[in-house]
Design a protein around this ligand. Sequence first.
Ligand code: PLP
Length: 426
Amino acid sequence: MRKETKCIEGGYTPKNGESRMIPIIQSTTFKYDTSADMGKLFDLEAAGYFYTRLQNPTNDLVAAKLTELEGGAAGMLTSSGQAASFFSVFNIATAGDHVIASTSIYGGTFNLFNVTMKKMGIDFTFIDPECSDEELEAAFRPNTKAVFGETIANPALIVFDIERFAKAAHAHGVPLIIDNTFATPINCRPIEWGADIVIHSTTKYLDGHDATVGGAIIDSGNFDWMAHADKFPGLCTPDDSYHGITYAEKFGKGAYITKATAQLMRDIGAIPSPMNCYILNLGIESLAVRMKRHCENAQKVAEFLQTNENVAYVTYPGLPGDKYYERAKKYMPDGTCGVISFGVKGGRKAAEEMMKHLKLAIIATHVADAHTCVLHPASSTHRQMTDEELLACGVKPDLVRFSVGIENADDIIEDLAQALEASKNA
Ligand SMILES: *Cc1c(COP(=O)(O)O)cnc(C)c1O
């Protein structure tokens, strides 16, 4: 199946007489005939459902569709993108360990790593995604357990050199984790470029309609944990909380996701509701069509902004001449995403004035869905950061993040034109 077909048909094939849409199994619990049957599930000796804090059939059908779309071996859904980021790292790194992350990542991920996970004893080195080979090499330590980056960084729109970072990670015996939220598997499949684990905030394009918060983790199954058993004792030595199972031996390509489900979901419980997963699935069905339209509209809007006298600069990896245009062509030949960033002439004040006058584009702490929306990161999502930290992750104080929806592009451009004209009065 091609990606457009997987969006519709992936993950679930109804049998004779079964529902065409995935069933919503809105049940916390599942019934068994004997205690012995249920015991097998608790021992991970048999696959099955017993309590929705760990796993639910509706969720798993949607996870299976996303796994097919990303070309992975196993996947799981989480209650938010933040939970996916946390689980993806915490599943293989613990107190005393170290992780290398790109400086250019979503602000919420930066806080999670730099504040909360640091408190848990995991050390992070944030590295410029355009660093030299020597700098990258020097960032690795004996206790490094993973490298983390974003395909297209939110909101800096820096395209990550996945292949380069995958090679460096593998040379040091650790996996590369990629947040593929902005590109989606329609425009980029990081596993094909060497990424080992892919995560998503499904809240964005995958859901696509402002309806549900969620996340996903997809494992390629390609990383050989046993070859680096000393680094990954959690996967390669017996788990006492499951009668001494060794995940990497027992579950092969499913080891990483099985461990994340059996330990992290069990203990932390960041599970999405089956109803939300059903809604997410509806969004994914139209993902390929929507992404094409998002990219076409964003291209038109970016070209308009480029010629507007009130605009200081435009950043969009789809624009010829953009710093990341060539790299985007390599990793995302069919298009990048619908998000553009630009500066309004006159700086921070003019940007705020411009936003006041927008009528169609709404001011929202959100991006990447059907409705056009706009945000000033320095005063919202990134407001916990110092000016130095902001510049280090590519977010100028006057930067406006503009998420182009799937309305008619001419309406979006007319709205921007009048608001930019008004920004002169700031
Ligand atoms: C929004 C976002 C997240 C966090 O996801 P939530 O669903 O809001 O928890 C992580 N990464 C990226 C790139 C995002 O845009």
